[in-house]
Write a protein that binds this ligand. Structure first.
Ligand code: HEC
Length: 217
C-alpha cells in the first residue's frame, strides 16, 4: 500500500488530538475549581478534611466500602435521592475537590453516604456500633461487620476505657471485657462524620429554564 504510512500517521494524529482535546476540556472545566468564598460570611467551602478524617478516607478506600455505597446525590428528576433524604441538593464537582480519590461508586446495596453526617441520628456512637455490629443499630441489614477494627480486651481494674462502646444484649462483650475502637476505626468515623455537603453553591441551584419575555408571533 503506497499511502500506508500517511494513513497510519493521519489516524494516529486524529486519535491523539481528540484524546488531548477531551482531557484538556475536562481539565479546563474542573481542574481549576477552588474553594468557594461565601460572599456574606467570608468562609471557604468545602472545608478541608482534618488529618484524621483524611486517614479515614484511606481506610474507607482500603476496605472497599465503595462496593455497596455511592457518594453522589442525583438531582430531582434523575432519581429519588433527595426524596430519600440522602441530601438536600445534587452533588456538584466542587464538593470533591478536597479528595484525591473520588468514591462516586456505582452500586447501591446500602444508602448513599455523601451526606451521612447530616442525618439527625448519626453521631459517633452510631457509626462505631454500625461498624462493629451493624445489626445492633440496623436489624436485618446486609451491611457486614467490621469488628476487626475494634479490640475486645479485658477491662483494666479501675480503668475502663472512656472510648469503650456501650453495647447491650447479645452484642455485649464477655463479662469483664470492653470493645475499644482501634486507630483505624477512629479515623474511619472521623471521615464519615466529615461527609456533609449541605452548603448551597451557586452552581448547585436547580436549573430553571429562562422564560421568554414578551409575546410570540
Ligand atoms: C455488602 C454491602 C455493604 C458493604 C460492603 C458496606 N455496607 Fe454500609 N450499609 C450497607 C447496607 C445494606 C446499609 C443499610 C443499613 C440499614 O438497613 O439501615 C448500610 C449502612 C451504612 C451506613 C449508615 C447509612 C445511613 O443512612 O444511616 C454507613 C455509615 C455505612 N453503611 C458505612 C459503611 C462503611 C464505612 C463501609 C466500609 C467499611 C460499608 N458501609 C460497607 C451495606 C454495606
Amino acid at each position: 500500500m503506497k499511502n500506508g504510512l500517511t494513513l497510519f500517521v493521519g489516524a494516529f494524529a486524529v486519535i491523539g488530538l481528540s484524546s488531548v482535546a477531551v482531557l484538556f476540556s475536562a481539565h479546563n472545566q474542573f481542574g481549576g475549581l477552588t474553594q468557594y468564598k461565601d460572599p456574606v460570611e467570608e468562609t471557604l467551602h468545602p472545608a478541608p478534611l482534618s488529618g484524621i478524617a483524611d486517614r479515614g478516607r484511606l481506610v474507607y478506600q482500603d476496605l472497599g466500602c465503595i462496593s455497596c455505597h455511592t457518594q453522589q446525590v442525583r438531582r430531582d428528576g434523575f432519581g429519588s435521592d433527595i426524596a430519600r433524604q440522602w441530601g438536600v441538593r445534587q452533588s456538584v464537582a466542587r464538593d470533591y475537590i478536597r479528595e484525591r480519590t473520588v468514591f462516586l461508586g456505582s452500586n447501591r446495596l446500602g444508602p448513599d453516604l455523601r451526606n451521612v453526617a447530616a442525618r439527625p441520628y448519626a453521631d459517633a456512637e452510631y457509626f462505631y456500633k454500625l461498624l462493629y455490629a451493624p445489626q445492633s443499630v440496623a436489624p436485618g441489614t446486609n451491611m457486614p461487620s467490621y469488628d476487626f477494627l475494634f479490640d475486645v480486651r479485658p477491662i483494666r481494674p479501675g480503668q475502663p476505657s472512656p472510648h469503650a462502646l456501650q453495647l447491650s444484649g447479645k452484642y455485649a462483650p464477655p463479662a469483664g471485657h470492653e470493645v475499644v475502637p482501634t486507630a483505624r476505626a477512629t479515623a474511619m468515623v472521623a471521615y464519615l462524620r466529615s461527609l456533609n455537603d449541605s452548603y448551597e453553591y451557586p452552581e448547585a441551584q436547580p436549573f430553571v429554564p429562562a422564560v421568554k419575555q414578551g409575546g410570540g408571533h
